[in-house]
Write a protein of this length. Structure first.
Length: 114
């Protein structure tokens, strides 16, 4: 439709526009219904993609929280950072950074590090 409007002279574009308007009324607004259908399909696809991305982010965050909980548990029972790093691949600086990153998602909670 945009192509037709852009490539025709003014009289041709006006005639096309009038024919389109008449046809739309005769069809009972089917043209708009189709546009609305396309819009709804696009929205549904966007929602689906958003849910998939959210699930992936949630799983990644859950894995990170699990790692923090394991390290905190090991620290409570007196395991040294050398052992924790060997077991988890996470050193003390990395642990603190990860914990700060996760707390940014939570907002202020008043939790203290072990």
């Amino acid at each position: 439709m945009v192509y037709v409007m852009a490539t025709q002279d003014e009289a041709g574009a006006l005639a096309f526009n009038e024919a389109l308007r008449r046809r739309g009324r005769e069809q009972g607004g089917e043209i708009m219904s189709y546009a609305q259908q396309l819009l709804e399909e696009g929205r549904a696809e966007g929602r689906s993609q958003g849910r998939e991305e959210g699930r992936g982010q949630g799983l990644a965050e859950g894995a990170q929280r699990g790692k923090v909980e394991v390290v905190e548990g090991l620290l409570r029972v007196g395991v040294t950072w050398d052992v924790i790093e060997a077991a988890t691949g996470l050193n003390e600086a990395g642990f603190r950074t990860l914990k700060e990153h996760l707390s940014a998602f939570d907002g202020p909670r008043g939790e203290q590090e072990p």
